[in-house]
Design a protein around this ligand. Structure first.
Ligand SMILES: NC(=O)c1ccc[n+]([C@@H]2O[C@H](COP(=O)([O-])OP(=O)(O)OC[C@H]3O[C@@H](n4cnc5c(N)ncnc54)[C@H](O)[C@@H]3O)[C@@H](O)[C@H]2O)c1
Ligand SMILES: [Zn+2]
Length: 362
């Protein structure tokens, strides 16, 4: 095993470790030590289960933990309340009690659905995140946001519910399609933009290694990303303030996902375009200079991410979708914008005509 780091998400009695390294799925203790009681339900999907479920099952079996498995259909379009019901059905039929532990084995979709099911099953049971996409390893598995989509809006149904631990194994990324790796990089780049200009410099220098799946570079990117996320989540677990900066590019991005139809654009791809739009709007206000916008576009392009809004999406489409997004407070759309490279602000204090220019010209 190569456990390269253990971070802590510091939330008092809801604190938990994030294990980062290579080949961690063969390390039984990391998983077993976080299972309360003697039963578990592993939730995965049709793509991930054939790859890694055997390893998880072998550990559970070796430690005499009674376990069941539920394999979901793959895809963002299945991130629905109906899928949550399937998990609850499975738990009840197989007589899982309040001591059971859910194990989410998969990307952000499996993690978000499973975490939400854990938050409501018998008023809350434990769960563990085993993220198998870069996006899930750097973002969705950490911080306790769980939930599902509604046809009218992304992640509109959900709960805050922290996992018992996160096991991020870079070896699982070997089988990840290149497009998905790039989508994960969008969230990694986000951390540099909102909080850490040195990390952004490092990303510019190491993007080729990351795209090539180099374990050392990936571990470093995951470690810095999760450290920043853990720090922000510890300050504001339920997003009453600062945590919203993690949503850089997301208000625009969610609008793209909702308007284009779930699963058409990958979440990370939509966020990439959203970050270009946020940089563009920040530049129009004179808050950042042209170089910051160009460096943002440059690194996203190098990561094979889209940088242009879908051609058939109008400013009106954005405004409609953005009005439903939960960053709307008292009718005003709050946006995460940049004050400099490495510094984000939450702002309702932007010019609407400049926003309109961004929506039509990006
Ligand atoms: N909860 C949060 O804080 C948070 C943060 C960011 C994103 N999200 C959510 O995460 C979701 C996106 O997550 P995602 O990008 O991981 O998408 P995903 O879960 O759909 O995974 C992407 C694809 O890769 C496949 N896959 C997963 N692991 C694989 C592996 N190791 N090898 C080969 N294929 C693999 C999946 O089956 C899927 O087809 C969105 O629903 C988004 O809203 C949540
Ligand atoms: Zn995201």
């Amino acid at each position: 095993m190569a456990l390269s780091d253990t971070l802590k998400v510091d939330l008092g009695d809801r604190s938990y470790p994030v294990y980062i390294g290579t080949d961690l799925l063969t390390e039984a203790d990391l998983l077993v030590s976080h299972i309360r009681g003697n039963s578990a339900l592993v939730v995965s999907n049709t793509t991930v289960a054939p790859l890694f479920l055997g390893k998880v099952q072998a550990i559970l079996k070796a430690h005499n933990i009674r376990h069941d498995c539920l394999i979901l259909d793959d895809g963002e379009q299945h991130k629905t309340i109906a899928t949550v019901e399937k998990i609850i059905d499975s738990l009840l039929r197989q007589r899982h009690d309040r001591q059971t532990t859910l194990i989410a084995l998969g990307g952000g979709v499996v993690g978000d659905i499973t975490g939400f099911a854990a938050s409501i099953y018998q008023r809350g049971v434990h769960y563990i995140q085993i993220p198998t996409t870069l996006l899930a390893q750097v973002d969705s598995s950490v911080g306790g946001k769980t939930g599902v989509n509604h046809p009218l809006g992304k992640n509109m149904i959900g709960a805050f519910c922290q996992p018992q631990c996160v096991i991020a194994d870079t070896a699982t990324l070997d089988s990840l399609p290149a497009r998905e790796l790039s989508a994960g990089l969008a969230e990694v780049i986000k951390y540099g933009l909102i909080h850490d200009s040195e990390f952004f410099d490092w990303l510019e220098q190491n993007i080729d290694q990351l795209l090539a799946g180099d374990y050392q570079a990936l571990c470093q990117a995951i470690r810095v990303s999760c450290t920043i996320k853990a720090e922000i989540v510890a300050l504001d677990e339920r997003e009453s303030g600062i945590r919203a900066i993690l949503n850089l590019g997301h208000t625009f991005g969610h609008a793209i996902e909702t308007t284009m139809g779930y699963g058409k654009w990958l979440h990370g791809e939509a966020v990439a375009v959203g970050m270009v739009m946020a940089a563009d709007l920040s530049l129009r206000h004179g808050w950042i200079d042209e170089t910051v916008k160009q460096r943002t576009i440059g690194i996203l392009e190098k990561s094979s991410l889209p940088i242009k809004s879908p051609p058939n999406m109008s400013a009106d489409d954005y405004m409609k979708a953005m009005a439903i997004d939960k960053k709307t407070l008292d009718g005003t759309i709050k946006l995460i914008l940049l004050k400099s490279l490495g510094e984000a602000v939450i702002s309702a204090d932007y010019e609407t005509d400049l926003l309109n220019q961004t929506l039509t010209q990006c």
